[in-house]
Design a protein around this ligand. Sequence first.
Ligand code: AMP
Length: 278
Amino acid sequence: MKFTSSSQELKSLLKSEQDKGKSIGFVPTMGALHSGHLSLIKQAQKECDIVVCSIFVNPTQFNEKSDLEKYPRTIEADKNLIKNYCDYLFAPETAEEVYGDKIELIEFDFGGLENELEGEFRPGHFQGMANVVSLLLKIVTPDKAFFGLKDYQQYKIVCRLVEIIKLKTEIVGCTIIREENGLARSSRNELLSEKGREVASVISYTLNYIKKYHAHFSITEIQEKAKAMIQGILEVEYLEIRDAETLKNITSWENNNGVFVSFAGMIDGVRLIDNIRF
Ligand code: AMP
């Protein structure tokens, strides 16, 4: 695996790969890599000749300064984890390397997708994410880019983004990787206490409960029941049952686009998200 922190160097390295006719798969991350990220890298390896991973803790997508400051940074362990699966690791050391001298954010219109769920609770988050993804995609110019369905709303927004900025990159959504107890793997899990990590399994338990038993209840009934199952263990920020395409509220289980259940909540001062679709 070749490591670089320079976008210019990365561009010229990838240009020579593309000149040889190699296809490029790209996995953008914020580091503190775990088996969830690795599964994206392995998927990229299956589908493309060359795999590029980026590690960049993007300051513009954090709406809480403290969240940005305490975000785990483990670059040496990250390199070790992915070195046998990835061809190029791009880890810019400064925001200027990605944004240029001045950070100027473009305000994208994602048709309302950006204002639902996470958009409501993390103002500006998706604009920051979309800006950095757009810049990274322009540096890497991949054939395919791989995103985890753990961040389903992010995945939907990135799919829109490539249409808006007219890139040919195909966006591939990858399955959620979980810990043995069902907790979705996340870099933030490292910040949980042992007990927190154990009891946070109630999130996936409850999401699966909704999928299994939804037909016995109305949407509001099961939503309230599910919140009650989690509340007390985690502080529930939201637990919403939505249309899987528009992310808007639904009125019936017989929803053509499918049902998307999205959760966000706090435990040990750590914010966790998870979801299920059916
Ligand atoms: P992050 O480093 O948190 O920005 O995540 C980078 C990419 O890895 C995103 O596309 C995430 O959706 C994906 N990812 C993170 N955790 C998981 C997981 N448990 N399963 C699958 N993909 C994941």
